[in-house]
Design a protein around this ligand. Structure first.
Ligand code: AVJ
Ligand code: FE
Length: 449
């Protein structure tokens, strides 16, 4: 973004806003009005809430804060303030009806495109490198992922379709199980990425001791070995909080899985299929990831380890924007943007590998890390406390890397997501790690039987 001319940046903003709106339309035009206003899960808003909230945030930040406009629909702000009304309450609010919500979001967008033409994007603060426009494009795409989660929770006939993700390349079968990342400092976070959000800032040096990390996310086949080995019934693999949750919630397998005879099936956007063994496991909570890792004789990577594996270039000592380099994501690099509605098989996207050969760090599945969601040293809430600051603390765990449902505009090596350790409806999987000593000489490890 930084290298663009003002006109190039304007075109980029318009394209990113347009791509977000196309995605929003795809997710909301395929269902009827009762489906848009229904609550498909108490964890989620009705889709029509997300739709108007997208428009309302765009109006607040772009039309009112930047443009100085008066409110378009006086009185609606409180309905669409995520902090005033928890998700479970939203269906009972006097929300805009689907046609009104669409018209409102479209009206806001029309004025935003006029404002974009009239606004210099080389200013400071909110306008530096077009930041606030980029923030709003990211916000809409984040809600597009949220709406896709709602679709996954929705019962009924399938309404979404997409091409299957690519199969793993031939070398996937012979990849080393893990990659050793040498110890030493690296630069975590960013002070230069123009559209990075506040929690990704500032860049700071972190010393990370040598560790080994899985070359790919943990697969359904590997996870099924944990289940078959009685992993859900062995308290020793679980932390005390994890075991308590496993018992209270009656966890036996990932969310959406069902055992049918000797095979596992799962429901994906209304379609029941056999669980694909080579795809990364999806819809496990942090506690399940933690238990699997302990069963495998390993642990979850810390957030710093994950980011070092993803960004550190041992040749130059620099941190890259993405595992493959500084170039923006293209379809050959990673499974992003809801092009496919599932993760690609483990070992996929060799062109997106990190310098040390770690694959699929970006895209496919969000990856749970061991770390709590905390501010970096020198953190400054910007432009609003409710994006990150109010969520810092031990109750959330950090997820990294983005899923197949994440847009390239809202995904990079520094991007941080977070959620409660019990959450399973998000598109989350994980990979495991270990301290690097003692390393096996060929970089392999023994897999659990
Ligand atoms: C960063 C994904 C946790 O969806 O709750 C959307 C993003 N913030 N609107 C969320 C967000 C405000 C946020 N997450
Ligand atoms: Fe939001």
């Amino acid at each position: 973004v930084a290298a663009l001319t003002t006109e190039g940046l304007r075109a980029r903003v318009a394209a990113d806003l347009g791509a977000a709106r196309d995605r929003t339309a795809l997710l909301t035009d395929c269902v009827d009005d009762p489906d848009l206003t229904a609550q498909h899960s108490p964890l989620m808003s009705p889709l029509v809430w997300d739709l108007a909230h997208i428009g309302n945030q765009e109006e607040l930040w772009l039309l009112r804060t930047v443009g100085g406009h008066d409110p378009l629909l006086p009185g609606i702000d409180t309905l669409y303030d995520a902090f005033e009304h928890p998700r479970a309450e939203r269906p009972r609010l006097p929300l805009l009806a689907p046609a009104e919500a669409r018209a409102y979001a479209a009206r806001v967008r029309g004025r935003v495109l006029d404002l974009l033409d009239a606004t210099p994007l080389d200013g400071t603060g909110l306008l530096a490198d077009g930041f606030v426009f980029g923030m709003i494009a990211q916000h809409e795409q984040q809600h597009d992922e949220t709406m896709l989660i709602t679709h996954q929770l929705r019962a009924g006939a399938p309404v979404l379709r997409a091409a299957a993700p690519p199969s793993a390349p031939a070398d996937a079968a012979t990849l080393p199980a893990e990659v050793v990342v040498p110890g030493g400092p690296f630069t975590m976070g960013t002070s230069t990425e123009p559209w990075a959000l506040d929690n990704e800032r500032p860049a700071h040096r972190v010393h990370v001791p040598a560790f080994a990390i899985d070359t790919t996310p943990v697969t359904n086949a590997a996870y099924q070995r944990f289940i078959a080995d009685g992993g859900y019934h062995e308290p020793r693999w679980w932390s005390p909080a994890g075991w308590e949750h496993r018992c209270r919630a009656g966890l036996e397998a990932p969310l959406f899985w069902r055992r049918e005879g000797s095979t596992w099936t799962r429901r994906r956007f209304g379609v029941v299929e056999e669980v694909p063994p080579a795809q990364p496991v999806l819809h496990v909570c942090w506690y399940e990831a933690e238990a699997y890792a302990r069963w495998a004789g390993r642990r979850l990577p810390t957030e710093a380890e994950w980011e070092k594996a993803a960004r550190h270039d041992p040749v130059t000592g620099r941190s890259r924007r993405y595992p493959w380099g500084d170039a923006d994501p293209e379809p050959r690099h990673a499974n992003l943007g809801q092009r496919h509605l599932a993760p690609a098989e483990a070992g996929g996207y060799p062109e997106g590998a990190s310098p040390l050969g770690v694959r699929q760090l970006i895209g496919d599945v969000w990856e749970w890390t061991a770390s709590h969601f905390l501010p970096y040293p020198g953190f400054r809430a910007w432009p609003y406390r409710e994006y990150s600051e109010v969520f810092f603390g031990p109750e959330h765990r950090v997820l990294r890397g983005g899923s197949f449902a994440v847009s390239p505009v809202a995904c990079r090596g520094t991007f941080r997501n977070w959620d409660y350790p019990v959450r399973r409806q998000i598109f989350a999987g994980f990979r495991t790690a270990r301290d690097a000593e003692p390393a096996l000489p060929d970089g392999r490890r023994d897999l659990p039987q």
